[in-house]
Design a protein around this ligand. Structure first.
Ligand code: HEC
Ligand code: HEC
Length: 355
């Protein structure tokens, strides 16, 4: 086993130098700049169990993938309050929809729909990403229009196809709940306010981390945590340069990239919508057209369908699209399956009390 790994590692270096540094040097440059700008978003955590072997993996010069922290220091009162609010349908106009309706923790933090369904059966215009580990993303939403989790909360609350409400209505409803207002007073000096609702929900979302996936265990030194296929897939993930975009602690979530770097995805799919313009909708820059936040691949096996348009039904489909439009090279079926096996090894564990 160890020998195979060594062999792969030598091959990795060779590949990287020869192919990816050139082809995707821009991505790497962007990511370096971004990760240095946003490194403060990722808490510094000592991974005490790291063995020499794992240090070779997680600290080597080119491996940008890192394990999640196993716990974070957060204010427990606010996290508990945030959990209640996240599941509270009173945050929607007709008391039908909570955050969890579209970000179910039983479904990997999503709704497993191509397009979400909000109040009055309204169908949204873009796929719902997971809330799991969202605190590690450098910005929120596919187009990054919210910088923080706190800022993000206001958007679904006011969106007429999601919760269709407003702060005034929500505060009116919640203030008649004695138990809840007491919890607010215990957690915040200011009690029940829109800022504190946002802060509590964001605190809860920050707590939604999923450490201890087979891959995290592997990075922390348990070399048998991933099966052989997942391990081979991991090396292919780096050989093919997937980690030039999906990188860092969240294996994504730290840069914008165009969908269709090597071929025209939108021409082939057809029916371009406003949502397909991605980051352009925020900046108005032509160069930002079709750019999206590179999604985290953590727990991706749980969150089908895939892409901002929900067009890929399976992981196999999504990886095939990636190889064609992001790498611009044919990848055989065996390698696609191995890459999928690696992605399946990214499913972590959410603490039961948080669900
Ligand atoms: C009707 C379905 C629906 C409801 C209800 C909903 N969301 Fe979302 N959520 C979405 C969709 C769709 C997106 C993607 C929107 C976009 O990127 O433009 C999203 C994006 C997000 C993101 C960004 C994740 C990322 O990686 O970019 C977070 C965080 C989030 N929602 C949290 C919440 C919270 C908190 C609530 C409750 C206050 C909530 N959502 C209510 C559908 C929903
Ligand atoms: C040039 C950057 C880039 C490269 C290289 C790249 N990706 Fe992606 N990946 C993206 C972007 C951007 C998206 C989001 C596209 C969208 O939804 O519009 C994405 C989405 C995905 C998704 C869907 C995730 C979700 O939640 O919807 C999977 C799975 C994925 N990539 C796997 C891979 C694999 C495996 C490789 C290597 C074979 C790879 N990617 C290479 C940029 C890249």
């Amino acid at each position: 086993m160890y020998l195979t790994i060594l062999k792969w590692r030598l091959k990795d270096n060779h590949f990287l130098k020869k192919l990816y540094l050139r082809r995707l040097s821009l991505c790497v440059l962007c990511s370096l700049i971004l990760s240095s700008c946003f490194s403060s978003h990722e808490p510094e955590e000592e991974i005490s169990a790291a063995s020499d072997e794992s240090i070779k993996y997680s600290n080597n010069s080119y491996d940008s993938l890192r394990p999640l922290p196993q716990s974070l220091k957060l204010d427990a009162k606010r996290v508990v309050l945030g959990k209640i609010l996240f599941h509270d349908t009173r945050l929607s106009k007709d008391n039908s929809t909570s955050c969890a309706s579209c970000h179910s923790l039983e479904k990997g933090g999503t709704d497993n729909l191509a397009r979400s369904i909000g109040i009055n059966g309204a169908i949204g215009s873009i796929n719902a990403p997971t809330v799991l580990n969202s605190g590690f993303n450098f910005v929120q939403f596919w187009d990054g229009r919210a910088v923080t989790l706190e800022e993000q909360v206001a958007s679904p609350i006011h969106n007429m196809t999601e919760m269709g409400s407003n702060w005034q209505e929500i505060i009116k409803k919640l203030s008649s709940d004695k138990q809840l207002t007491r919890k607010f007073r215990h957690a915040y000096i200011g009690g029940l306010t829109s800022e504190n609702i946002q802060d509590a929900i964001a605190s809860y979302e920050r707590a939604l981390i999923t450490p201890n996936s087979p891959f995290d265990k592997f990075l922390r030194g348990d070399l048998s945590a991933m099966n052989d296929e997942a391990l081979e897939g991991y090396h292919l993930f780096k050989d093919y340069g997937c980690d030039s975009c999906h990188q860092g602690m969240n294996i994504g979530g730290n840069m914008y990239q165009r969908l269709g770097v090597m071929d025209d995805y939108f021409r082939d799919r057809g029916n371009v919508t406003n949502e397909d313009y991605g980051r352009f909708n925020v900046t108005g820059l032509e160069s930002d057209k079709y750019k999206f936040k590179v999604p985290s691949l953590r727990n991706v096996a749980l969150t089908a369908p895939y892409f901002h348009d929900g067009s890929a039904k399976t992981l196999h489909d999504a990886v095939t699209v990636m190889t064609r439009y992001q790498l611009g090279k044919p990848v055989n079926g065996k390698d696609i399956n191995l890459l999928v096996a690696f992605l399946e090894g990214l499913t972590g564990e959410l603490e039961a009390s948080l669900k």
